[in-house]
Design a protein around this ligand. Structure first.
Ligand SMILES: Cc1cc2nc3c(=O)[nH]c(=O)nc-3n(C[C@H](O)[C@H](O)[C@H](O)COP(=O)(O)OP(=O)(O)OC[C@H]3O[C@@H](n4cnc5c(N)ncnc54)[C@H](O)[C@@H]3O)c2cc1C
Ligand code: FES
Length: 345
């Protein structure tokens, strides 16, 4: 017979919520059963949204992706709550504040309508949504993501808006088309302007961190540009004075997008510098030639700069950039990252 244990979740602001968890259910499922909605997305050990640190007690960890929970983190007591089965009472510290926990499913979900759908590079589509209903407020911290549900199914995928929190109900997503991917196929073949879909969120802890006037360098691989654009647009709205640099990288010239939007932002924001990098480029390519990792290394070596770093995109690119930052002596605590792990694996 399954035993029952107490789970205490301690938030960043030292608040807590306690609930029961049976030994045969994971912590996220147990919390949902009791109308407590902790941060989670894939609920399959693949995306790292539900990561926390187990400060007290024992548990069994189910199958997780090593990208979402590397072995060293697992050894140090980090857990993915969607794969965590307590065997005693446990206490888990989570990296977000109490207000991010919802106590009703409605608190997280709303309906939105497709207002624009366009192909903006060989493998990227822009999806623009507007919230339906009277309450048009879209509140989120730049860098966070939403889960979008494919209409008529229960399949959801995570996407990070490129715009900022607003009262017009607008959400702008930049989505890489993956061959055979469920959401990708929906965008290519099923989605239409005027169509309604369910949006859940916001979720996630990727976002701007206060650090005085320290420069911020942002490194984006492909559609990893989305949350980074949101953060830099937020810095512009807040008139933040520190220097910032966007390293935006793709593999070939056919994959590049949003150059006009980036140029416009740089024209309005004197503190912003752009490094648009194409790895396998032709001689005609007029910006940086090489990967974001190479170009970032070149700049850090040449200037000796020690900025805060924000990395987002495919896991391989994020890991390689992290290694360069460490090599250049940038403390780990000043490198913030979001890996676009397959959210529906
Ligand atoms: C927090 C978070 C935020 C994200 N934000 C964005 C965003 O703003 N823009 C964006 O384009 N994507 C983003 N992603 C990735 C996105 O959620 C989907 O995983 C991706 O779009 C694929 O969905 P799909 O349904 O088309 O493919 P799936 O049906 O999920 O996958 C089909 C096949 O493709 C593989 N696959 C899926 N994704 C990738 C990938 N990235 N690289 C290589 N193979 C893959 C799968 O393993 C599977 O074999 C984010 C992911 C996370 C976790
Ligand atoms: S929600 Fe737990 S790893 Fe994705």
């Amino acid at each position: 017979m399954a035993s029952t244990h107490q789970v205490k979740i301690i938030t960043q602001d030292d608040e807590s919520v306690t609930f029961e968890c049976r030994s045969d259910e994971d912590v996220i499922t147990a919390a949902v059963r009791q109308d407590i909605y902790l941060m989670s997305s894939c609920r399959e050990g693949g995306c790292a949204t539900c990561k926390g640190f187990c400060a007290e007690g024992d548990y069994v960890l189910g199958k997780v992706s090593s990208q979402a929970l590397p072995y060293e983190e697992e050894e140090a007591g980090e857990v993915l709550l969607c794969r965590c089965y307590p065997t005693t009472d446990i206490e888990v510290e989570v990296p977000y504040t109490y207000e991010r926990i919802s106590f009703s499913p409605e608190g997280l979900a709303f309906e939105a309508e497709v207002t624009e759908l366009s192909q903006i590079s060989i493998n990227v589509m822009k999806l623009q949504l507007r919230r339906t209903g009277d309450d048009k407020t879209i509140k989120f911290d730049s860098g966070q993501f939403f889960d979008l549900e494919i209409p008529g199914t229960t399949t959801t995928r995570s996407y990070s808006p490129a715009n900022t929190s607003n009262k017009q109900g607008e959400l702008e997503f930049l989505i890489r088309i993956v061959d055979g991917g469920k959401f990708s196929e929906f965008l290519k073949n099923g989605a239409k302007v005027g169509q309604k879909l369910t949006v859940k969120g916001p979720s996630g802890i990727f976002g701007l961190k206060e650090n005085g006037f320290t420069p911020r360098y942002f490194v984006a691989g492909g559609t990893g540009l989305a949350p980074i654009l949101s953060m830099v647009r937020r810095m512009k709205e807040w008139e933040e004075p520190q220097k910032c640099v966007i390293y935006f990288g793709v593999n070939t010239e056919a994959e590049i997008f949003h150059l006009d939007e980036l140029d416009q932002l740089a024209a309005e924001m004197p503190t912003l510098e752009l490094r648009n990098c194409v790895w396998k480029c032709t001689d005609d390519w007029h910006c940086e030639k090489g990967s974001v990792v190479d170009i970032l290394r070149r700049d850090l070596q040449a200037t000796g700069a020690k900025p805060d770093l924000y990395l987002c995109g495919p896991p391989g690119m994020v890991d390689a950039t992290f290694a360069v930052c460490a090599e250049m002596g940038i403390p780990k605590e000043r490198i913030y990252l979001e890996k676009f792990l397959p959210s529906g694996s």
